[in-house]
Design a protein around this ligand. Structure first.
Ligand SMILES: [Zn+2]
Length: 320
């Protein structure tokens, strides 16, 4: 069995979609009860806290103008906004830059003599390198300062923001963990990252929650899956009471990303890797390489949304 079929089999056997959204500009969704607000991150209601601001369920920096949460009070909004979401914004800046560059001007490679890799300066400080053998353009972009573990917490916070109320009792420890200002201890697990080369719509975000089926022995209880642009992130939402292994995602059974609709043969296959976001110290000047194939540009231009489209949402049985 090829890896995608294997992953498809694994997830369809063991997981069920419990919620999902495809976010598009102009479509506003508010999660939770706006008349009777209870903050799921600190457990407070008015007048002990306030709910004046509309809390984004996913950071605005990702382009989210659609999904809001009535579950988050102003104090928690400020706590996360000045803390882990700031780290996330710094860490994810290259991806957002990448999407903007594509959206605006496309990529014009600069080739220099016969050297194997020809770097040139580009907008907003990234470098472009062209491998003349593989004809692949690599964008080398710099992340701003961030603590990796804070980035991991920001992913988990997004997942906790979209969970159904009935699931919250299973995630009390995760809530306490993301609220901690220091990043000294607690959970650490890899994030599954999938990158699909080619031009993608940059104004769509796909969000999915999948939960282990009753009777399954898969280790991780709940995954939050976020896809936008060229990337998909699959994040375990840690639940020590429900997970069947302490570091559930590193167990062999979970070594594949949640499957997406198979890419057309015309396009390069998506690549996946595990992101290690366990570092507690501030990281400065980290660079990230993103591939872009110039020779296939005109073919990839019309590419449908691989991750962020409705097909990714309807690929599996659902509870709703
Ligand atoms: Zn709160």
């Amino acid at each position: 069995m090829n890896p995608i079929d294997k992953a498809r089999f694994f997830y369809s056997q063991n997981y069920r979609k419990i919620a999902g959204w495809v976010l598009e500009p102009g479509k506003k969704i508010i999660l939770g009860d706006q008349e009777n607000q209870l903050c799921r991150f600190c457990g407070k209601r008015a007048p002990d806290t306030s709910f004046r601001l509309s809390a984004h369920a996913l950071p605005e920096s990702l382009g989210n103008k659609s999904l809001f949460s009535a579950y988050e009070c102003d104090e928690c909004n400020a706590l996360f906004g000045n803390g882990i979401e700031n780290d996330f914004g710094n860490w994810s800046k290259p991806m957002r830059t990448f999407a903007r560059i594509r959206g605006k001007n496309g990529i014009l490679p600069f080739r220099h003599g016969d050297s194997k890799a020809a770097p040139c300066q580009f907008e907003d400080d990234p470098l472009v390198a062209v491998d003349l053998h593989t004809r692949e353009i690599m964008l080398q972009l710099r992340r701003d300062a961030h603590a990796p573990l804070a980035v991991l917490k920001a992913f988990v916070k997004m997942g906790l923001s979209v969970l159904p109320d009935s699931e919250m009792p299973n995630f009390a420890q995760a809530v306490a963990w993301i609220r901690k200002r220091d990043h000294l201890d607690g959970f650490a697990f890899p994030v599954i990252h999938t990158f699909a080369p080619g031009l993608m719509p940059n104004d769509r975000i796909s969000v999915l929650l999948i939960r282990r089926k009753d009777g399954s022995s898969a280790a991780a209880y709940m995954f939050f899956i976020l896809a936008y642009g060229n990337e998909m992130f699959q994040v375990m939402l840690p639940s020590p009471g429900r997970d069947l292994a302490p570091n559930a995602i590193s167990s062999a059974e979970s070594l594949a990303p949640y499957p997406f609709p198979p890419p057309s043969a015309r396009f390069d296959a998506p690549r996946f890797q595990f992101l290690d976001l366990s570092g507690q110290q501030l990281v400065h000047g980290e660079t990230v390489s993103m591939p872009m194939d110039s020779d296939k540009k005109e073919k990839t231009f019309a590419r449908p949304a691989l991750f962020a489209g409705p097909a990714a949402q309807s690929a599996f049985a659902s509870d709703n």
